[in-house]
Ligand binder design. Structure first.
Ligand SMILES: Cc1cc2nc3c(=O)[nH]c(=O)nc-3n(C[C@H](O)[C@H](O)[C@H](O)COP(=O)(O)O)c2cc1C
Length: 282
């Protein structure tokens, strides 16, 4: 059990997260509650919407920042990386947690550390939490009921350990992550391949659409056109429109046929994926 010092009350933290279908937000909420119960003030900033990432943020009023991202094609989503590139950390301590669907998470830790260091942040910890894979909505079956209570407990432990690093009560430093076998260009290509070939653009079956406009309003990249009923090529296949459509008329192509191939490619099984545990890196 970690005991926090009395002076934690004066610490002012920012937690900013991107969450298209809610997994990352669930972990962020658990962390927020744990901080609140520990008398640590935290400001929440949801950067999922297009407009929120255009607003200027003043980091100087905070002592430390926690970033929460899903893993997209083995890295933080491109739109989040682009947003991070607009920030100057000025030496500020930070931490990053990811949620992911059970595959290829190691490069995300490596690349986010490099990026944050480039932006003058000092990364003190990272963590990864299992979250039902977004593509389960189109036929995959990865870690269906996650994050669950065991993931939430790791999240609570993660934030207390991270706060100790923020406060300087734990002077150890985060080590290096293993360099991925492939370079950035190859990761960029894999990202394009996924968007281009694996997941087709969300499209609506217009018969039952009530034209509520939520798909257009919520799209993190302004890619959805509610009248045409199809996203354009700014779409990042995050499934936010599909997850939030009250009429259930949006869909992508059926991905169930690629599920077995996905397991084979990663030389794993559904059982192994489902038994993965959330993890903290300090
Ligand atoms: C475009 C895209 C790419 C993804 N790539 C990966 C991946 O490389 N590895 C993985 O385990 N999960 C991957 N996922 C699954 C998400 O990381 C996972 O479902 C995450 O918890 C979603 O977070 P959210 O609900 O907060 O949006 C991907 C999801 C999307 C939409």
């Amino acid at each position: 059990m970690i005991r926090l010092k009395e002076n934690t009350k004066s610490m002012n933290m920012l937690m900013t997260f991107f969450s298209a279908t809610g997994n990352t937000k669930k972990i962020a909420k658990v962390i927020q509650k744990k901080l609140h119960d520990s008398n640590i003030s935290v400001t929440m900033l949801d950067i999922t919407s297009y407009s929120s990432r255009k607003e200027e943020i003043s980091l100087s009023q905070y002592d430390a920042v926690v970033f929460g991202f899903p893993i997209y094609s083995m890295r933080a989503p491109r739109v989040c990386r682009e947003w991070l590139e607009t920030l100057d950390g000025r030496g500020m301590k930070c931490s990053v947690f990811f949620t992911y669907g059970g595959f290829g998470k190691d490069p995300a830790h490596y690349f986010i550390k490099k990026l944050l260091e480039k932006q003058n942040f000092k990364l003190v910890s990272t963590a990864e939490f299992l979250g039902a894979h977004t593509f389960n909505r189109s036929g995959w079956k990865a870690v269906i009921d996650r994050p669950n209570q065991s993931d939430f407990e790791v999240a609570q432990d993660y934030i207390l350990k991270t706060v100790r690093r923020f406060l300087g009560d734990d002077l150890n430093e985060l080590g290096e992550f293993e360099k991925p076998l492939y370079d950035v260009k190859q990761f960029d290509q894999a990202e394009k391949y996924r968007f281009g070939l694996i997941t087709k653009l969300p499209t609506k079956d217009s018969k039952n659409c009530s034209m509520c406009g939520l798909c257009e309003k919520l799209c993190p990249t302004n890619a959805m056109d509610m009248k045409k009923g199809i996203a354009n090529n700014r779409c990042i296949a995050c499934f936010r429109c599909i997850a939030n459509c009250p009429d259930g008329v949006l869909h992508t192509n059926d991905l169930s046929g690629s599920w077995d191939k996905k397991l084979e490619m990663h030389k794993t099984t559904k059982e192994k994926i489902d038994n993965l545990e959330s993890k903290i890196y300090l």
